[in-house]
Ligand binder design. Structure first.
Ligand code: GRF
Length: 216
């Protein structure tokens, strides 16, 4: 049984998607803990309602990134996880922290990386005039929103979209690709070769949104 710790900062819908898929599909894995850097993260309610241990490590109680990351690592390590899943965890992590979990920490970013790292990705996509946008699951490396890509989901940009409409369309594919990517890791099917992630046996590491009826 593999052990997973999920880090959140807010709503936690990606966390929910992973937790539900793990239970529904009977993964050989257990979600040991949900850790939030915000005491008011809505996702903590889901953890409580589902009997998952949760913990808050409030970044505002620390005087720097190093001390916060050290405390966070201390809490994570209590559960001896095989995998750390960042699910809307809105903190820039120190190199030391990232290096400690190298090869066993995944993140989801709401863009087709390497386009649009950072914040406000949906507005960035609209401003750039791209016709296709999406989300990426990647191994975490010290460079922000960068690292070997495990899976990507693509959605069209539809005339009249604003950032909220586009975000909602992207979120649907996030909830598909993140559980898939986590399951592949749990099943020991991912190998990182430089910047590429191989999946064995192979299956599509991409998803194109089904937007029939959305005016695409
Ligand atoms: C998602 O769009 C995720 O890709 C980004 O922040 C958002 C978090 O949403 N990093 P949720 O907390 O998983 O609902």
């Amino acid at each position: 049984m593999k052990k997973i710790v999920i880090l959140i900062s807010g709503r936690g819908s990606n966390m929910e998607a992973v937790v539900r898929a793990c239970a529904r599909d009977g993964w050989p894995a257990r979600i040991c803990a949900i850790i939030s850097n915000r005491p008011d993260a809505a996702g903590l309610g889901f953890a409580a309602a589902n009997g998952i241990e949760s913990k808050v490590v409030d970044h505002r109680q620390f005087d720097g990134r190093e001390s916060f990351d050290a405390a966070l690592a201390g809490e994570i390590d209590r559960f001896e996880p095989d995998l750390v899943v960042l699910a809307g965890f809105m903190r820039v992590l120190t190199d030391a922290f990232v290096t400690k979990y190298a090869g066993r920490m995944l993140n989801i970013h709401p863009s087709l990386l390497p386009c649009f790292p950072g914040l406000r990705t949906h507005q960035q996509a609209l401003d750039a005039g791209v016709r296709v946008h999406g989300a990426s699951v990647h191994f975490v490396t010290p460079a922000l929103d960068h690292g070997p890509i495990v899976a990507q989901g693509a959605v069209p940009v539809i005339a009249g979209d604003d950032a909220a409409a586009l975000a909602a369309r992207v979120l649907k594919v996030e909830h598909e690709i993140y559980p898939r990517a986590v399951r592949w890791f749990i099943e020991g099917r991912l190998t990182v070769e430089g910047e590429r992630v191989a999946l064995t046996p192979s299956e599509p590491q991409w998803l194109f949104a089904d937007v029939a009826g959305e005016g695409a």
